[in-house]
Ligand binder design. Structure first.
Ligand SMILES: CC/C=C\C/C=C\CCC/C=C/CC(=O)SCCNC(=O)CCNC(=O)[C@H](O)C(C)(C)COP(=O)(O)OP(=O)(O)OC[C@H]1O[C@@H](n2cnc3c(N)ncnc32)[C@H](O)[C@@H]1OP(=O)(O)O
Length: 276
């Protein structure tokens, strides 16, 4: 039933949907060629299996409407874009659930990174780890100037390492040396710092959403053929690298997460979060 509804209909009845099926995202259309996908999984928009699957399927629905040229990814929580992977998915999981979870993350990355749509990440709040992955998978990033916010890859702080494709994405975004420094220190960058290293493209004092819509409309005016060919040229290599190693990557991830030492680290990290 849900899959037969067009994206436009989805956006016109978000309340009806949320009362029947929890979609975890809201889709709206500020102009005829622009869609907005708002992450809506309180409290922190962490990426569970269901959340990742929902984002991926909504991107595919939006993509299937030829009128839509640009997609803004944002959050219903003004303080948090996304807290990254749902850490509870990695705490004492079954191997089956863990591998399905990781496949949903791989698939979300591949879908967002290689979509024909021009993608704008509208970062109003914190964006650590998987949140930074979502933003880096977009074509353009605008962030609130708020100096208290952080964006970056903090995996080492959890005693884990980013997978090779996330490391490669970071290297492609900020350059080798900065990526090596940022990854090994698990650094979360302030908006000013992120702008300096090219992790975000613009920081905004006022309404960051309005700037995101403006940028989305600018992208929508560029001929689609040129955009798609350029994205394929710039992004194809990383997409092919991961597509060729899906099973290997699932194996590494599940083996690493299921190790007792990793489990103890994850438990400790979860405790420290809930004690705050
Ligand atoms: C080839 C492969 C080989 C090996 C690969 C191995 C490993 C790969 C690893 C994969 C990569 C992982 C990337 C990730 O995304 S891991 C997640 C990292 N995220 C974080 O560290 C963020 C943690 N959260 C925070 O810092 C703060 O919550 C935040 C700043 C976002 C918001 O702060 P605020 O004060 O507003 O809220 P809190 O009180 O902290 O949180 C509210 C409740 O939400 C819970 N919470 C927070 N973050 C998460 C999360 N990521 N997952 C699940 N739950 C989360 C938090 O515990 C609070 O819960 P309650 O106490 O209210 O129950």
């Amino acid at each position: 039933m849900l899959s037969r509804l067009s994206p436009r209909l989805l956006s016109s009845s978000p309340r009806l949907l949320s009362s029947s099926i929890r979609t975890l995202v809201n889709v709206t259309y500020p102009s005829p060629s622009v869609a907005v996908l708002e992450l809506d999984r309180p409290p922190v928009n962490s990426l569970s299996l269901e959340m990742a699957t929902s984002i991926t399927s909504h991107i595919k629905q939006i993509e299937s409407d030829p009128q839509i040229r640009s997609l803004i990814l944002t959050s219903s929580n003004p303080k948090i874009f996304s807290a990254g992977l749902d850490i509870t998915e990695m705490s004492r999981p079954s191997k089956t659930r863990l591998s399905t979870f990781w496949r949903s993350i791989q698939s979300l990355f591949l879908t967002l990174y290689s979509t024909r749509l021009s993608t704008i990440s509208c970062i109003t709040g914190h964006s650590p780890a998987g949140g930074c992955l979502l933003s880096m998978s977009c074509d353009y990033r605008v962030m609130s100037r708020n100096p208290k916010l952080g964006i970056g890859l903090n995996e080492t702080r959890l005693g884990i390492a980013a997978p090779f494709w996330l490391k490669d994405l970071f290297v492609k975004t900020v350059g080798y040396r900065e990526a090596e420094l940022g990854l090994s220190r698990g650094k979360l960058y302030s908006p000013e710092e992120a702008l300096k290293i090219g992790l975000v493209d613009e920081i905004v004092d006022g309404e960051v959403y309005d700037v995101a819509v403006e940028r989305a409309e600018e992208y929508a005016e560029i001929p689609e053929k040129g955009i798609v060919a350029t994205k394929r040229m710039c992004r194809g290599e990383l997409v092919r690298d991961l597509e060729g190693k899906i099973e290997e990557d699932v194996g590494w991830f599940t083996d690493f997460i299921l190790e007792e030492g990793t489990q103890k680290g994850i438990e400790g990290y979860l405790k420290s979060l809930s004690k705050k």
